[in-house]
Design a protein. Structure first.
Length: 75
């Protein structure tokens, strides 16, 4: 699902965490749109910790090496 966050005026998406390695501070989110998004710990909202299988919302952005997720938070 993709929705508009009118408070931030940004497009937000939803997906499921495929995996997240806390030791290496990165992982991947499988978006509901079928795209896999790279996520780094710096892309998590303050205080958010994610684990495999968590449902999340995020801001999809183009990174240097492909799609990535920012402003990630649990649903």
């Amino acid at each position: 699902m993709i929705f508009k966050d009118y408070h931030l005026n940004t497009i937000m998406s939803e997906g499921t965490v495929k995996f997240f390695n806390r030791m290496k501070n990165f992982g991947f989110i499988h978006g509901d749109d079928g795209t896999d998004y790279f996520v780094h710990s710096t892309g998590l909202k303050a205080g958010v910790m994610i684990d495999e299988g968590d449902r999340v919302s995020f801001k999809p952005v183009k990174g240097e090496k492909g799609e990535k997720a920012e402003e990630v938070e649990k649903l």
